[in-house]
Design a protein around this ligand. Structure first.
Ligand SMILES: Cc1cc2nc3c(=O)[nH]c(=O)nc-3n(C[C@H](O)[C@H](O)[C@H](O)COP(=O)(O)OP(=O)(O)OC[C@H]3O[C@@H](n4cnc5c(N)ncnc54)[C@H](O)[C@@H]3O)c2cc1C
Length: 471
């Protein structure tokens, strides 16, 4: 591929092929750039290989298992429901393979050049990419860094053996009989509940006073109620202190209310956050890029770093570490490089947790809107008032809409319940479009659908819901 050590010229170098990088590469190519994307690992990044997609495949399988066991409410009895977890893993791996080969096809179809190797900056305009066979050197006009993040490893809980990061937790060969989870954030809550549904005895140790602490209590209480139904023990206000493992089990010591206690299980999953991949061999220090004190790359509202022709997107930039944020920033950076006046606007970026029930949020919560000085009116329409959710036997949950008093401008929404992950999109669009409660209330929603809950929540905040008595 390379003759001698001359640099190959490209317009845009994208480093990292996760949901930030591959989306940026495709968008830049659509806009006429000659793009090279490099990744030291698999196409699709954490999201497709070790994050969103495999976790959701396993969560979907756990739901299937639970639904089969509890179909009696529908008059269906299923006997001998069993899990063949090796097959579940095969299903999950198949999903990952389909999605990653899809990315490969998309890159090819958009004429993006792909190179598998680790990238290191030589200077502000050149980088070298290494793999076992070659180490070409590229000169770029612009660069988008999208190197993502990795799990934070705590000193008392080094990964290895029975102490797992989310990556190993997604690849267990069998359902563990018992599992301890340190950290009740969204990854811990999702994976803990998934294994609990498959039959593991799960204990969650959380330092704050609730799991999923970023969401309102009236939402998380529904999640913890369901967690307790499958036997999850949630220990809040607790500090995990140490772990000891042997070839059969792991014991964690933790302190709660001044007392030291311990719990033993087959495995320990530690999910206490993620660290940006901005250190190491990449060479950001060599080119003098500005990072903040936590190692995130400092960028402006267009994703531009302290080196004007180099952009940074996704998990290496502060804010929510979510795939759709990475992709969104990737599109903005690609457009800016191509001469468009794009800027990021996080006003309606959704946050979703795939627990049972699902939680989602977009825009402001009621408390945030008040803090920002808005006069607010808000209300919750319950799933129990909706024909579709009752006929699906999932009547728990609500849609809450937060709007500005007087104008009815929608400022935010929170949903807990079946398909909260999908329903939030309509309210994100409403905020993006500057829609009011009346706009949503006047939108005819098909019957019977869960979407009607969104319409009725808007009516409720306006004071005239149909399927609930307005007080
Ligand atoms: C268990 C789990 C579940 C998740 N679930 C969700 C979810 O449901 N929804 C959601 O929105 N988000 C979810 N996330 C978060 C999501 O995966 C990340 O926010 C997203 O992947 C970040 O995208 P990115 O493009 O910034 O980086 P990444 O996906 O981390 O990709 C970075 C890529 O850069 C490559 N790379 C790094 N350094 C170099 C180098 N020097 N040279 C070449 N290549 C390099 C890596 O190999 C990697 O492929 C989940 C994460 C985990 C761990």
């Amino acid at each position: 591929m390379v003759v001698g050590d001359a640099s190959l010229d490209i317009d845009t170098l994208v480093i990292g092929a996760g949901p930030g990088g591959y989306v940026a590469a495709i968008r830049a190519a659509q806009l006429g750039q000659k793009v090279l994307i490099v990744d030291k690992s698999e196409l699709g990044g954490v999201c497709l290989n070790r994050g969103c997609i495999p976790s959701k495949a396993l969560i979907a399988a756990a739901h299937q298992f639970e639904s089969a066991k509890h179909a009696d409410a529908f008059g269906i009895s299923v006997e001998n429901v069993k899990v063949d977890f090796a097959k579940t893993q095969e299903f999950k791996n198949g999903v990952v393979k389909k999605m990653t080969s899809g990315v490969s096809g998309l890159l090819k179809g958009n004429k993006v050049e792909v190179f598998n190797g680790e990238c290191m900056f030589i200077n502000e305009n050149e980088a070298r990419v290494f793999n076992d066979h070659e180490s070409p050197r590229y000169r770029f006009k612009n660069c988008i860094i999208a190197t993502g993040s990795r799990p934070i490893e705590l000193k008392p809980f080094p990964f290895g053996g029975r102490i797992l990061s989310s990556t190993e937790a997604l690849n267990l060969p069998e359902v563990p009989k018992s599992l301890i989870v340190i950290g009740g954030g969204y990854i811990g809550a999702e994976l803990g509940q998934m294994y609990s549904k498959f039959g593991s005895k799960v204990t969650i140790i959380e330092g704050l006073d609730s799991v999923l602490a970023g969401f309102d209590k009236d939402m998380t209480s529904l999640v913890t109620k369901n967690m307790k139904k499958t036997g999850i023990e949630i220990i809040t206000g607790a500090k995990a202190e140490s772990a000891e493992q042997n070839d059969k089990e792991v014991t964690v010591k933790y302190s709660v209310n001044g007392e030291t206690k311990e719990v033993t299980a087959d495995y320990l999953l530690v999910t206490v956050g993620r660290r940006p991949n901005t250190d190491g061999e990449l060479g950001l220090d060599l080119i003098g890029m500005d990072l903040d004190e936590r190692g995130f790359v400092k960028v402006d509202h267009q994703g531009r770093t302290s080196i004007p022709h180099i952009f940074a997107i996704g998990d290496i930039v502060s804010g929510l570490a979510l795939a759709h944020k990475a992709s969104y920033e990737g599109k903005v950076a690609a457009e800016v490089i191509s001469g468009m006046p794009s800027v990021v606007d996080y006003k309606c970026i959704p946050a979703v947790v795939f627990t049972d029930p699902e939680c989602s949020s977009v825009g402001y919560t009621e408390a945030q809107a008040k803090e920002k000085g808005h006069k607010v009116k808000a209300g919750k329409f319950p799933y129990a008032g909706n024909g579709r959710s009752v006929s699906l036997n999932h009547p728990e949950g609500f849609v809450k809409i937060v709007a500005e008093e007087g104008t009815g401008l929608i400022l935010g929404a929170q949903i807990v319940g079946l398909e909260a992950s999908n329903l939030i999109a309509e309210l994100g669009l409403a905020i993006e479009m500057g829609a009011t409660l009346e706009d949503v209330a006047l939108t005819i929603h098909a019957h019977p659908t869960l979407g009607e809950i969104v319409m009725e929540a808007a009516e409720l905040v306006m004071g005239h819901p149909i399927h609930i008595i307005s007080r």
